[in-house]
Write a protein that binds this ligand. Structure first.
Ligand code: ATP
Ligand code: MG
Ligand code: MG
Ligand code: MG
Length: 560
């Protein structure tokens, strides 16, 4: 492609609200253009990279017998009523009403559609298992779209769904998917880690997330070097047994917090952002007060407070419900017997020594709570407390934390949707059974950003070869010089036969061209400059910055 005919609106400056490196570089390299909050157009460079990622995803899905389909983004509410998710999905679901007053949603995920499709078409165990997938735009009204493509409101997802007659069959496909996902992330060039995860709103029992390691990541992973165990801290099993002594509350500082009823208010009071709220944990501080860590996905909408009173699990998704619990009558919440529950906000588990906790008294919180000094940890249900640097209970070394970007997730759904939506098949005995399901998502546009988070330098992007938008970037330093233009034209024609070539034939200053080339990040650059008349060009590797002069007749050999 000739750059003079391309549409690559590179920028010198980036808007200050672009907080993450990938967001900045996507804008600077002229790859995306924001249309509304969390909504972007993908310009040619981005589109080419997406195509490459999607091709890898397709190959790996088809290698495990996944079959591609395309379902509508527009989904009738009736199906969501059947699954029970119309009322429960919350504000993230983009809802709309047609001219006849019928309600629809723009699909955030497709369990309902696929279940209705399969239940009407596949009726016998002989047709199972089957795995269907699509690559499509998804819609989620994220409360806080941010970091460019990392958290959009319209984004590209590969979603796959599998249907089975037996648990063993689901297990086998789950394993295949797990392997296919690992292949995909390896192939696109991501450093990643599969982690045990929490199943959240999708439901189901067994699930892993694939985390691209990056500081900007909104999830925290707990792991040790000595074992394969790694988990989202939302879900981490106890890795060590805390040995802490409860001491007096004297070390705590009690602060008056009149009127503070919501996490947002407390966050405001503490000068924290709501999205700095810690992930899931519940800690019984002592008999007098209970600290609730909000299990959040960075926004209150998505927040679930899980509390374990006796064996009962209270799960809430909305601010109103959280307030409901917080305002519950003394003792009404069960055997723990708390009088008042407050919600605490703090940055991360690492900052555990500067917590705010709820006091057992209206309009008060404690701040500066210090683990080990002021309270002891109790584990409830799945939620355990983990500390960085502590020796793991399994002897595999000290617990470490890393930030990750969730680029994909695989779930065993079981029969949650098939039972609710009556998707049954006839087994060998002719008996109707609910289909056993799995679902598997990859954030395609998020993966693109995650790759940039991991592959860049101060000057721009450095594409891994497998997904680079072009293989070779030919730069004609001064196209007004006949010798340069002629040679560059010739190389462009020749290399285009076997490679994807971007040809900078623009009438621009050399500095502009080199800056743009660094930003766009094609791995291999051929610069046709002053020595063109002598048949010599410069080859530059974007990754290492290494450059060398090559006679044109040796170029092909050098490049291979
Ligand atoms: P998150 O925890 O980041 O909100 P999620 O768990 O809600 O993500 P899933 O329902 O598991 O997301 O969807 C499958 C994949 O789609 C995710 O692993 C992620 O890579 C991608 N994804 C989810 N939400 C977004 C978004 N708002 N923008 C871009 N990609 C997204
Ligand atoms: Mg989400
Ligand atoms: Mg998630
Ligand atoms: Mg997920």
């Amino acid at each position: 492609m000739k750059q003079s005919k391309m549409f690559i609106p590179t920028l010198r400056e980036v808007p200050n609200d672009a907080e993450s490196k990938s967001h900045q570089l996507l804008l600077k390299a002229g790859m995306i253009k924001q249309i509304a909050s969390g909504v972007y157009s993908y310009l040619p460079i981005a589109k080419r990279v997406l195509n490459n990622i999607e091709a890898i995803v397709r190959e790996e899905m088809e290698a495990i017998d996944g079959v591609e389909i395309l379902m509508p983004a527009l989904q009738p509410s009736e199906l969501w009523q059947e699954s029970g998710r119309w009322p429960s999905y919350g504000a993230e679901l983009m809802r709309m009403t047609d001219r006849h007053g019928r309600e629809f949603a723009l699909g955030p995920t497709h369990e309902e559609i696929i279940t209705s499709l399969v239940r009407d078409e596949l009726k016998s165990y002989k047709k199972l298992p089957v795995t269907l997938f699509q690559i499509q735009n998804k819609f989620r009204d994220e409360k806080r779209p941010r970091f460019g493509l990392l958290r959009g409101r319209e984004f590209i997802m590969k979603d796959a769904y599998s249907f089975h007659a037996t648990e063993e069959s689901l297990d086998a496909t789950y394993q295949d998917m797990y392997q296919a996902y690992s292949n995909i992330y390896n192939r696109v060039g991501l450093k990643f880690r599969p982690v045990i995860a929490d199943s959240g709103a999708i439901g189901g029992s067994h699930t892993h997330e694939f985390m691209a390691l990056a500081e900007i990541g909104e999830d925290t992973i707990a792991y040790t070097d000595g074992s394969d165990y790694a988990a989202n801290i939302e879900k981490a099993e106890v890795l060590y047994t805390p040995n802490v002594q409860h001491t007096a509350e004297a070390a705590l500082e009690k602060i008056h917090t009149p009127g503070v009823k919501t996490a947002q208010q407390l966050a405001d009071l503490l000068g924290k952002r709501l999205d700095e709220i810690v992930k899931s944990m519940i800690v019984k501080v002592d008999d007098r007060f209970v600290m609730f860590l909000i299990r959040g996905h960075h926004e209150l909408n998505d927040v679930k407070v899980k509390s374990f009173f006796g064996t009962e699990v209270v799960e809430m998704a909305t601010e109103a419900e959280i307030e409901g619990i917080m305002n519950a009558k003394p003792g009404s919440l069960g055997p723990v017997g708390v009088d008042k529950i407050d919600i605490y906000a703090d940055h991360s588990v690492q900052d555990i020594n500067n917590l705010a906790v709820g006091a057992n008294e209206t309009d008060y919180h404690y701040i500066n709570a210090n683990l080990g000094r002021d309270f002891q940890i109790k584990a409830f249900g799945d939620f355990r407390f983990i500390l960085e640097g502590e020796q793991a209970a399994d002897g595999s070394g000290p617990v470490k934390f890393a930030e990750g970007i969730e680029v994909g997730q695989v779930f065993k759904l079981g029969t949650k949707y098939s039972e609710a939506m009556k998707a049954t098949f006839l087994d060998e005995q002719g008996k109707a059974q609910p289909m056993i399901m799995g679902c598997y998502g990859i954030g395609v546009s998020r993966t693109l950003s995650a790759v940039i988070e991991q592959h860049h330098d101060d000057n721009g992007i450095i594409w891994p070869k497998a997904i680079t938008p072009f293989d070779i970037h030919i730069i004609s330093v001064n196209p007004k010089q006949d010798a340069q233009r002629t040679l560059a034209d010739q190389l462009y024609t020749d290399f285009s036969k076997n490679y994807q070539v971007l040809y900078d034939d623009r009438q621009e200053r050399a500095g502009v061209k080199f800056n743009d080339a660094d930003l766009i990040g094609v791995p291999l650059r051929i610069v046709v400059g002053k020595q063109a008349a002598d048949g010599i060009v410069e080859v530059k590797l974007r990754g290492t910055g290494e450059s060398f002069e090559v006679p044109v007749n040796e170029l092909t050999a050098k490049i291979e």
